[in-house]
Design a binder for this molecule. Structure first.
Ligand SMILES: [Zn+2]
Length: 136
């Protein structure tokens, strides 16, 4: 398995978590570019039968909370002037929020239309090609 961002072949197994309330998934970290990714996803068709579940009433609040937490992390531990990619960015709400805060965020999602961050697709980021099985 290779890093979907930089192509590095060594990825460190970091943790496991349960998704869709039934699958135990392994997460891997790339020490070359800092990307955290899951094992090869086998659950996407099921997960994205509908991009947003009709019972997901916390979608907006969750994005607001995560944008606040991410702002703290990026401000303390990263170059806040850098370019950032929300890989599998859904409808683009998180990218929209992070851009409104002042970060140079871009969106990519193979399965969901970009509704909130139009014009900021990864193809426009100027940071190089997004590689891997989901390459665009
Ligand atoms: Zn990498």
């Amino acid at each position: 398995m290779k890093c979907k961002i930089c192509g590095q072949s060594y990825l460190e197994e970091i943790f496991n978590a349960k998704i869709l309330k039934k699958y135990s998934i392994t997460y891997f970290f790339c020490h070359q570019c800092g990307f955290l990714q899951t094992e090869e996803p086998f659950w996407l068709e099921e997960a994205y039968a509908e991009p947003i579940n009709t019972s997901d009433t916390g979608y907006i609040q969750r994005n607001i909370t995560l944008s606040q937490k991410t702002t703290i992390l990026l401000s303390l531990f990263f170059n806040r002037e850098g370019k950032f990619l929300d890989y599998a960015g859904g409808y683009g709400m998180f990218v929209r929020l992070m851009r409104d805060i002042g970060f140079d965020f871009y969106w990519y999602d193979k399965y969901t239309p970009n509704l909130f961050a139009r014009g900021f697709e990864a193809t426009n980021w100027g940071g190089g090609e997004v590689r891997g099985s989901d390459s665009i």
